[in-house]
Structure formats: C-alpha cells, structure tokens
Ligand binder design. Structure first.
Ligand code: SAM
Length: 458
C-alpha cells in the first residue's frame, strides 16, 4: 500500500524528512518489535528473543523477532508490556524535567490502552499519584486491565472527557497528552490505516488536539510539566500545535537532550521556535512519533469540584485483610461493595478526584468481604503486595495457558483460595473445592482462540 502522495508532499521541507529513505523503509516491510520490562516484577526475559536495549529508556528492549505474546503466561502476569520503541522517549522528557525525588501528581489524559501510563507508573518517584484517563468507556476497560496486570497501587483510572478536568484547577504537576491523531506514524505497522488517511482528517485531528489541550489546561499547576505527543508526521498536528500552544497560553518550551546515534530529529516550530522531537523509521529503530515538552508559566484557577469523603474500612475488619496483603502504608476503603486499598498519603487527592470524575478503578482492588471471609479481587493476585503467606501453586506452561483460557483443569492441591503462578509470578485465583476446582480468571480477559495475539501497543 503506497503512502498517500498528499502526505509525502506535505512533508517536503520538514526537518529530517527524506522522501526516498522514508518511502523505502515503508516499502521494505521490515518490522520492529519491542517491549518494556516491568521493574516491579523483575524477570530476565529469558523466554523472550530480547536483543539490544532501546537507548532512550532504562527498561525497553528490541526483540529479534515477534513471538506469540498471547501464549506467554508472563505477558499476562504483567512482567512486561509490548510497546513501540519511539513512544518510550516520554521517559527522557519526564526525567530531564522533574527532580526525580519529590512525589508527583500526574495525569495521563488520553491513556488507553496504557503504554504511556504503565511507563509513567514505573518512572514516577515513590509516593506519586497517577491519574490515567480514557474518554471511551470500552477502551477505559482495557486500560484498567493493563494497569492491573502492571500491579500498581498508586493509579486511579478515570473515564472522563478532557473538559471535566477543568474542575481540578492546578491539581496536576505533570500532564501527558498523547493525543488522538491521524496515525501516519503507524503506517508501517498497520498498512490498513493508510486507507483512512486524508488531509481532512489531519485538519479534524488538529482541531481536536487543540480542544483537548485547552479543555484540560486549567488542571495543570503553574510551573507544571506538559508532555504533548502524537504518532503523526503531519506538521499540522505537531509543530503547528506547539505554535498554537505558545500563542494561546503562557508556556516555556523545554528542550530534551539527545545523545548521538539515537537518530531522533530535533526541530523548532516555525512560529515560536518551540522544541520538538521527530521520529522517522528510516532514522530510528521505531515508528513515527513526535514529542514536545512545556512548562506552564501562568497560574491555574482554583479547584471547583466537590469533595466526596471515601468510606474507610474500620480497623477491626482491616486486620482480617492484612492476612492477604502487605498493607504497610495502605488504607482500605469501600466503594460499591468492593474493598480497595490506596497508599495513605494519596487519600486526600482521591477524595478530590472522587468528587470530580468518573472513577473506573482506584488503587489496588482487594476484594469483597462477606462476613469475615474475603473473595479476593483479581488485582490482588497480580500485585507485588500479595501477602507471601497466601497459598500459591505453580503451573507448567500448558496448564498456565489453560488457566488463562479460563478452561477447566484438574490439580492435586490444597483446598481453598490460592494464587496460581507461572515462573513464580501470580496469574490469578483458583478456589479448590472438595469436588472441583473453580477457575477465577476474569472472563473478559481470557485467551479466546488459538490464533489471537496480544495487540501491539502504541
Ligand atoms: C494515541 S491514543 C493513546 C495511546 C496511549 N497513550 C498509550 O500510550 O497506550 C489516543 C487516545 O485518545 C482517546 N481519545 C479520542 N478522542 C478523544 C478526545 N476527544 N479526548 C480525549 N481523548 C480522546 C482515544 O480513545 C485513544 O485511546
């Protein structure tokens, strides 16, 4: 499928664009596969064909080929996230422009399926809060799934329109806007998308990007960091947005230091000279991507949201839960009959969020308490905070896949609730009754067919 001529023409004169090399790399059919290891669930990735490290991130690797992630139980255990390499550059923007030790309140505004959010969660200093938002409800569910597998307890997933964030005046110190775009940067991966590309859609996307930024802008604190990115090559969605931002708001454009050999092209926007970073697949080992960083240099309006007090679980009941979860520093809360836990210092932020946004998931799901018994939440099994005294049974690869298919299987094991593991990492719960074994893998997450592979995440 040839790249649209109108796109090629629109890139003439854009720094770093080389028509011959750009079209050749698209025509070559060459594919790059990469992933990021989860530092909270350390593995050596020995089961994966890992090649060299991705130079702009501490935890990303290229692969020599694309394996079947779907049939690797450690993928479902959340030990890694399959992600396009260029996108991991967000790490440089964050680490170069935050001090790395002060806890931060961060927003990932356009977050599904969760590539940037899982990455940010790994990078944010201890004690930070990440609000991971997705406006489309079905995609918010995928976001919850991926963040649950990642095993974090400091993330709140919301399902809101960007304009709802205006109620949270000055709430965030970091805001990542990985905006919906015309998607030309992913043509190599998804040639079907070429058919959907049009100059009209580029214009449409530009308007939407401006609206998203303007709507959420009040939620960023004065001196807060904005990271804007797209997977589009079109200057209308990249440099033109930087110029529009600089004209519309008081911002300071921030450079991101590059190292020799990365192949990333540094650009200045034509109007205001804002710094931007372009990724071309003929120059970097990764897909098309664009990123820019700004510091907000104006005050934010006061927060308007109402405060909604969370229902804390009384200490006596919390004592029972401590058999299941390493609870140091956590507080247990109840919401719609479900118990979840949040790091204590994040409680007051959660109170504010609860009054302003539609919360899909908060902190670490613990389960449902029925009298003094707990029906454990799937998230608890996937959390590094799962108590070491909770019984576990290791499965071999074939049984682990059956478990992940939510199929029936037999196991000679002790009775009651226990986590099933693979390579030592929990995959979820089973409940062994006297005459049968119940598989509690979430129905909507199960491996459905022999053929479906995990999607490649941006
Ligand atoms: C480029 S994708 C995000 C990818 C994600 N950040 C990641 O790294 O995995 C953009 C997201 O914005 C969402 N979106 C679409 N329209 C939107 C709008 N008007 N406001 C906010 N988000 C929108 C899409 O549903 C999509 O999930």
């Amino acid at each position: 499928m040839p790249i649209p001529e109108k796109l090629l023409q629109s890139l003439e004169g854009v720094p770093g664009y080389d028509r011959a090399a750009f079209t050749a790399v698209h025509e070559s059919g060459a594919q790059v596969t990469s992933l990021r290891l989860n530092p909270a669930k350390p593995t050596d990735g020995a089961q994966l064909p890992l090649a060299e490290r991705i130079p702009w991130t501490r935890s990303g690797y290229y692969l020599t080929r694309r394996p079947s992630f779907t049939f690797d139980p450690l993928f479902h255990a959340g030990t890694y996230y399959v992600q396009e390499a260029s996108s991991m550059f967000v790490e440089q923007a964050l680490l170069q422009h935050t001090d790395g030790s002060t806890p931060l309140t961060a927003l990932d505004l356009c977050a599904a399926p969760g590539g940037k959010s899982t990455h940010l969660q790994s990078l944010l200093p201890e004690g930070s809060l990440l609000v991971s938002n997705e406006v489309i409800k079905s995609r918010a569910a995928i976001l919850v799934e991926n963040l649950t597998k990642w095993g974090a307890d400091n993330v709140v997933v919301t399902n809101n329109d960007p304009q709802h964030f205006a109620r949270l005046g000055g709430f965030f110190e970091v805001m990542v806007v990985d905006a919906p775009c015309s998607g030309s940067g992913l043509f190599r991966r998804d040639p079907e998308a070429i058919n959907e590309w049009s100059t009209d859609n580029v214009q449409l996307c530009q308007g939407r990007q401006q609206r998203i930024l303007a709507d959420a802008w009040p939620a960023l604190r004065e001196d807060g960091l904005l990271i804007y990115s797209t997977c589009s090559y079109s200057p209308e969605e990249d440099e033109a947005i930087l110029d529009w931002l600089s004209e519309s708001f008081a911002v300071e454009s921030l450079p991101v230091r590059l190292q020799e050999g990365w192949g990333i092209v540094e650009v200045r926007s034509p109007g205001g000279g804002a710094w931007g970073y372009r990724f071309y697949p003929d120059k970097v080992k990764g897909e098309g991507f664009f990123l820019a960083a700004f510091r907000k240099r104006e005050s934010a309006p006061a927060a308007k949201g109402k405060v909604q007090r969370p229902e804390l679980v009384p200490a006596k009941e919390a004592g029972t839960l401590e058999r299941w979860v390493q609870a140091d520093g956590l507080r247990f809360l109840r919401h719609s009959g479900r118990i979840f836990a949040l790091p204590e210092p994040l409680l007051s932020s959660f109170t504010t969020l609860q009054g302003a946004l539609y919360i899909q998931n908060a902190g670490l799901g613990i389960g449902e308490a029925i009298r003094d018994k707990l029906i454990p939440d799937h998230a608890l099994a996937l959390s590094p905070r799962l108590h070491p005294s909770v019984p576990r049974t290791e499965l071999d690869a074939a049984l682990a896949v059956r478990y992940l298919q939510r199929a029936d299987f037999a196991l000679d094991t002790q009775k009651g609730w226990q986590a099933v593991t693979y390579g030592g990492y929990p995959l979820g719960w089973i409940n062994a009754l006297p005459n049968r074994l119940n598989n509690y893998y979430p129905r909507e997450w199960r491996i459905r067919s022999a053929g479906n592979d995990a999607t490649f995440e941006k």
